[in-house]
Design a protein around this ligand. Structure first.
Ligand code: PEP
Ligand code: MG
Length: 316
């Protein structure tokens, strides 16, 4: 019965008082699209394109192979929004032809956008393939770079997008604390932000996301992580630009309300979480989400933050 009720609620994401929060899907390729459509995703908020490359057996897929894969995802959301992340190689996702094997700290090395700026031909092929894939489609394409550290990174990525004639907005992922603190400077160069809370937590807490022994510090309810999210979202608001979340944090229904209260403008998650996030968001006003966010930020631990938000959101 609960399942049926959830499945029935397939409208756009919004709080009970009508504040819209688009609910988007994280996908790794065309195979993930049917589940996203079935869950009523309003588009794609994170297309992790590295999966196309990881399957390539040590070489980059050809431009044509990329065009075909991108087009399948773009076609699934006519009039919708699709945010494609350019290749995020390195650290937990090493790629033979891009990633150096002898870095002492791969998570702090040449990864993400840094790899692409070191191999501009790989970035250029990907951007060209995206331009061709989007040609003639009504879809609203946005393209973002992983692991942007500062304004110069954002400027370099925006320039690469312009040079490739990309018919899309360029954006930056905020996964490095420095980028969250300087969101307004980064937004002088690009049109939108998307918070990758998985890496943002890893770098804020110096806690490797692959190491279970430090998982306590990876908890997205950590008040310091919420502070960074708030800082980035406030910067985006001041610049009149959007700031979504595409990390795992967005898939926790209570935390989704808190992120909304912090000023996040869209939420992207694995498709299976969308109905639950939609249903929870629809039960609370924006003001309640804002109060829950303040209560969570006032806490000292992740557990207390979660409890404080729960208390606020259930006390109506
Ligand atoms: C993140 O870091 O939160 C993110 C969305 O990117 P990925 O998990 O692919 O690193
Ligand atoms: Mg990341």
């Amino acid at each position: 019965e609960r399942k049926a009720a959830l499945a029935a609620a397939t409208g756009p994401g919004a709080t009970s008082d009508g504040h819209k929060v688009p609910l988007l899907a994280n996908v790794g390729g065309p195979a993930d699209v049917p589940a996203a459509v079935a869950a009523g995703a309003e588009g794609v908020g994170l297309f992790r394109t590295e999966f196309l490359f990881l399957d390539g057996g040590g070489t980059a897929p050809s431009e044509q192979a990329q065009v075909e894969a991108y087009r399948k995802v773009l076609e699934a959301f006519p009039e919708g929004r699709v945010v494609v992340r350019v290749l995020d190689a390195g650290a937990d996702k090493p790629l033979e032809f891009l990633t150096s094997a002898d870095e002492p700290n791969p998570a702090l090395g040449v990864r993400g956008l840094r790899s692409l700026l070191a191999h501009p031909e790989v970035l250029r092929t990907q951007l060209t393939a995206l331009s061709k894939a989007a040609a003639g489609l009504p879809v609203y394409l946005e393209v973002m770079a992983p692991m942007v550290a500062d304004r110069r990174d954002a400027a370099d990525f925006a320039a690469a997008c312009r040079d490739a004639g990309l018919p899309a907005k360029a954006g930056a992922m905020v996964e490095i604390p420095a980028a969250a603190l300087r969101s307004r400077a980064i937004l002088q160069e690009v049109e939108f932000l998307s918070l990758g809370t998985n890496d943002l937590a890893q770098y804020a807490f110096a806690a490797d996301r692959e190491v279970g022994a430090v998982s306590r510090l990876q908890d997205p309810w950590q008040p310091a992580l919420l502070d960074l999210v708030a800082f980035a979202a406030e910067g985006a608001k001041a610049e009149g630009k959007s700031c979504g979340v595409c990390g795992e944090a967005a898939s926790d229904p209570l935390l989704a309300c808190v992120l909304t209260g912090l000023g996040v403008t869209s939420l992207s998650m694995g498709a299976s979480a969308i109905p639950y996030v939609r249903a929870t968001l629809a039960k609370h006003t924006l003001a309640q989400c804002e109060r829950a966010a303040s209560a969570a930020r006032a806490a000292d631990t992740a557990e207390e933050a979660r409890e404080a938000a729960r208390t606020v959101l259930s006390g109506e």
